[in-house]
Design a protein around this ligand. Structure first.
Ligand SMILES: Nc1ncnc2c1ncn2[C@@H]1O[C@H](COP(=O)(O)OP(=O)(O)OP(=O)(O)O)[C@@H](O)[C@H]1O
Ligand SMILES: [Mg+2]
Length: 284
């Protein structure tokens, strides 16, 4: 029997509120149209789609930042439509955004990791333990006494992740969390999210428009015009490159390389979608 999903999105539709032009308070076509998605505990999902396809809107439904007009979202069984469930929902699902500076509040790194715990009135000893652990998990322990503005972009994004981890969520949704970073930091943050998933069993939903990042996830979900149009493991999703191009997603270089290698007679499996995987297969 399949376990109950951690996040159960059931047939939701959503339109953004109007700025007061119509009586209904809603205008235009819905931005989400009857979307269903089940996210199991421990999954690492890449949520993809072209600009404006509805990724952020869907992500914000997962921790009750937005509520569906139709349908429902259950997080560990808690229905987000009930205001009394919001705290339970937000404890379980943490969000990281594009710009870490919007999530950084304190003037010293370790205080920043601690502030949301202090806000909840947690005892000092417990705060200390959680802050230590969260900083270690993202590799910023040695930066603890620095002011956040002295950190690099990648380090600041690590700090934002530590702040969320300190709350011990079951799931982290990273909404384009790497898109403001240089290529190296981008890879490092992606790797960190992967590591948190693999080592701590944290459920990770990585929102991105880069198929390159998605190749490392266990499951790729692609949105287009407010609907989910593809959902499967990367090795399967990458077998239909024409479809991905039609969805205006750039095919990663390693995937193009694998195609060319196959054309000249080098046998590679469908799993050969990252440089590491191609190298592994060529060695054998
Ligand atoms: N606050 C808002 N008010 C009104 N419309 C919005 C708002 N935020 C987003 N939209 C519209 O909703 C649609 C989906 O936007 P959304 O931000 O969810 O897409 P996205 O896939 O995250 O895009 P991107 O890749 O640009 O981040 C777009 O047409 C967008 O213009
Ligand atoms: Mg977005």
């Amino acid at each position: 029997m399949k376990a109950k999903p951690l996040i159960d999105i059931r047939n939701i539709s959503y339109a953004y509120p109007d700025s007061g032009r119509t009586k209904s308070g809603k205008v235009g076509a819905p931005v989400l149209r009857e979307v269903s998605l089940q996210i199991q505990e421990g999954e690492h999902i890449a949520l993809l789609g072209h600009n404006g396809s509805g990724k952020s809107t869907l992500a914000r439904h997962c921790n009750a930042l937005l509520l569906p007009d139709k349908g429902s979202v259950l997080v560990a069984g808690f229905d987000t439509r009930e205001a009394s469930n919001w705290q339970s929902v937000r404890e379980r699902v943490g969000m990281i955004f594009q710009n870490p500076d919007n999530q950084i509040i304190a003037t010293v790194v370790e205080d920043d990791v601690a502030w949301s715990l202090a806000l909840r009135g947690m005892p000092a000893e417990q705060i200390y333990e959680r802050v230590e652990q969260a900083m270690a998990a993202v590799g910023i322990s040695e930066l603890r006494f620095l002011p956040p503005h002295r950190l690099s972009g990648g380090q600041r994004q690590r700090l934002a992740i530590a702040g969320v981890l300190a709350l011990r969520p079951q799931c982290i949704i990273a909404d384009e969390a790497t898109s403001m970073l240089d290529p190296l930091s981008r890879q490092e943050i992606s790797q960190l999210l992967r590591q948190l998933n693999q080592q701590s069993g944290l459920t990770v939903v990585q929102v991105t428009h880069l198929l390159e990042e998605a190749a490392y996830a266990q499951r790729i979900v692609v949105m287009e015009q407010g609907q989910i149009v593809l959902d499967g493991p990367p090795a399967v999703v990458f077998t239909d490159l024409d479809r991905l191009r039609a969805l205006r997603l750039a095919i990663p270089e390693p995937v193009e390389l694998a195609v060319r290698l196959r054309e000249i007679g080098i046998p590679l499996s469908d799993e050969a979608i990252t440089i590491e995987a191609i190298a592994r297969e060529l060695e054998h």
